[in-house]
Structure formats: C-alpha cells, structure tokens
Design a protein around this ligand. Structure first.
Ligand code: NDP
Ligand code: OXD
Length: 315
C-alpha cells in the first residue's frame, strides 16, 4: 500500500517528511517524482493536478489536506472513491482566531482610532456593547459554529444561516432561500464561512449586500469573508463600499489568488486583506490526522463521518 502526496500551491516537503516519519509502515510517494500508479492506494492532496487521481487504478480513498474541497471536486476525472477533508481543532482554532480578530477590529473601530491617532485627534467614537451588535454567520459547519461560540461568549448577538435547518444553543438559526432574507436584515457584521459550491458561487453580490441591516455604529454593514473567493463578486464589493452599501470588508480569499497587484481592493481605505491565511493547514499538526485516517481506512473502518465529503452537495 502506498500513500501518494500531491500538493500544489504549498511546498510538499514538510508534509512528506512528517508522513514518512509518522507512518514508517507506509511507502510515502512524492507526486513530483516518478512512481508506479498501480501501487497507490491512498492519496493526500491539496489542489492536485487535474486528472492525476483518475490515473491511479487502485486508489481507495483521497485525503484533502484542507477543509474546502472545491478545487478537488472541480477535477472532471476525479475517481469515485471516498474523500475525507480536514476537521481538526488546530485548523478550527486558527479560523476562529481570524474571525474574532476581524469582528473586533470592526466593532471597536480600530481603523478609525488608528486614523485619529495618526492625526493626533482625541476622537471619541460611539461604542455600543457587543450585545447590541448582530453578527450573522453564513455557514454553520465546523468552522462557523466554533467562531459563533466564541462570539457568543464575547457577548455578541449571533445568528447563523445554513442549508439545512439547525437548532444550536445561543444562535438564532435560519436556513435555505426562505431564511436568507430574515437572516440578512438582522445582520450588522456578516461572517462568511460557506464552502464554494454550485449553489453558493457569487452569492456575495450587490443584491445581498443591499439586504443587510443599515444602521449601526460602524457606518453600515461589514463583510468578513474567509470562505472562498468564488463566493464574492469583487466589483460589487467595491461598488457597495463606494456607494455606502457596505461600510467595510475584511477579505482572506479572492476570486483569483494570489490577488493581482492591480486589484483596487489593495488600496481601498476600508478593505482589510490577508493572503488566504485565516486558517493554514499546518503540516506538524495535521500529518498525524492524515496518518490516523489512512490507518482507519486500511483497517476497514472507512472514513470518519464528520470528515466524509458529500460529493453531491459539493462539500
Ligand atoms: P462545513 O462543511 O463543516 O460547513 C459548511 C456550512 O455551510 C454548513 O453549515 C452548510 O450547511 C453550509 N452551506 C453549504 N452550502 C450552503 C448553501 N447552499 N446555503 C446555505 N448554507 C450552506 O465546512 P467548514 O466549516 O469546515 O468550512 C467552511 C469553508 O471554509 C470551507 O469549505 C473552505 O472553503 C473555507 N476555509 C477557508 C480557510 C481559509 O484559510 N480561508 C481555511 C479552511 C476552510 P449545512 O449545515 O446545512 O450542511
Ligand atoms: C482550506 C483552506 O480549505 O486552507 O483548508 O482554504
């Protein structure tokens, strides 16, 4: 049995070194080198070359080295084997940290205070309590729920939107197309942790922004997106910011990555950009998770339900 490591966009070396160290009973193959496709039974991948997995006749399972599987599922030659994605506290906590940081930056008006400091202005800004601010979390999955729990602990009023109805303590839950309107009209700060699927592509557009709650201390609704760039229409974000439909945006993901140096998002005074690093897949923490999942599959126990990707739903 061999585990093929095929990673594009990150350097695979750290993963290969750790997988070889943690799973000495396995042959760990590096997709950058020549290998016999017949020997590969498992693959640990991030954005693998399209068609690669379809050339492995004995492949039994694919382990995606991140939480989002949109790039993997876009491969038209993807074989019909179970796919597992990362569900792990290390990745979840990183995302919760990024979301919380951005919610607080907007709620506590950090950019405006910084501007006042630059101008040596003792400017007092309105500062309502967190309980008077509604954070709407789009996507109540592993990441959305954890971030929501921390925001609740900080005192925010938290609502959430998902595909299927959810009943979660402390979160006012909405679901589906029917629930989207009531969800948006309550939302001051919109946190997006949706997967990119056929249903969600381009959902963050001008029409959606116009449905958010308007009156708050931040000068209007705020968008925070760490889901995927394909969820957002960037020309609509810029127009909404310039027309006052959105007060500000924090973006970790972009329609095209890396974000082009010519994108007007970079220089926009009310846009905060991070380079798709909200929750890195850390090789040290996650190689163990992959080895445990491979061993479990080999032992005939299949893929753990919470990590199994629903290919029809697209996440
Ligand atoms: P999950 O699969 O656990 O959760 C997805 C959530 O989105 C679920 O609540 C699901 O609804 C909801 N959802 C899916 N489709 C729709 C829809 N059409 N309408 C309404 N709700 C929908 O994913 P995770 O929480 O683990 O991850 C979310 C995404 O975060 C990943 O797919 C990835 O794109 C992104 N990500 C970004 C990172 C970064 O560094 N920027 C790092 C890691 C992940 P339901 O509950 O009904 O299934
Ligand atoms: C992921 C990511 O999906 O890092 O894990 O974007």
């Amino acid at each position: 049995m061999s585990l093929l490591v095929a990673i594009r966009g990150w350097t695979p070396d750290a993963w290969i070194e750790r997988l070889r160290r943690l799973a000495p009973e396995h042959v760990v193959l590096d997709a950058r080198e020549a290998f016999d496709p017949e020997t590969v039974t498992h693959a640990a991948v991030w954005k693998p070359e399209p068609g690669l997995l379809g050339r492995l006749p004995n492949l039994r399972a694919v382990f995606n080295l991140g939480a989002g599987v949109d790039a993997l599922l876009a491969d038209p030659k993807l074989p019909d084997v179970p796919i597992a994605r990362i569900v792990d506290p290390d990745l979840t906590r990183r995302m919760t940290e990024w979301v919380t940081m951005n919610v607080l930056v907007h709620h506590r008006q950090v950019r405006r205070h910084a501007e006042n400091q630059r101008r040596t202005v003792w400017g007092t800004l309105a500062q309502p309590a967190a309980r008077d601010v509604t954070v709407g979390v789009m996507g109540l999955g592993v990441l959305g729920r954890d971030a929501a729990e921390v925001l609740i602990r900080l005192g925010f009023h938290v609502t959430g939107w998902s595909r299927s109805p959810r009943d979660i303590d402390g979160i006012e839950c909405f679901a589906g197309t029917y629930g989207l309107g009531p969800f948006l009209e309550r939302t001051d700060i919109l946190v997006v942790l949706l997967p990119l699927t056929d249903d969600t592509r381009g959902i963050l557009d001008r029409d959606l922004f116009a449905r958010l709650k308007r009156d708050n201390h931040m000068g209007g609704p705020v968008l925070i997106n760490a889901g995927r760039g394909g969820l957002q229409v960037e020309t609509d974000i810029l127009a909404a910011l310039d027309e006052g439909v959105l007060a500000a945006a924090s973006l970790d993901v972009f329609e095209s990555e890396p974000l082009s140096p010519t994108s007007p998002l970079w220089a926009h005074p009310r846009v905060t950009i991070t380079p798709h690093c909200a929750a890195d897949s850390d090789a040290e923490a996650l190689a163990r998770v992959i080895v445990a999942a491979v061993r479990r599959e080999e032992a005939g126990e299949g893929i753990a339900a919470e990590t199994l990707v629903d290919r029809t739903a697209g996440y």
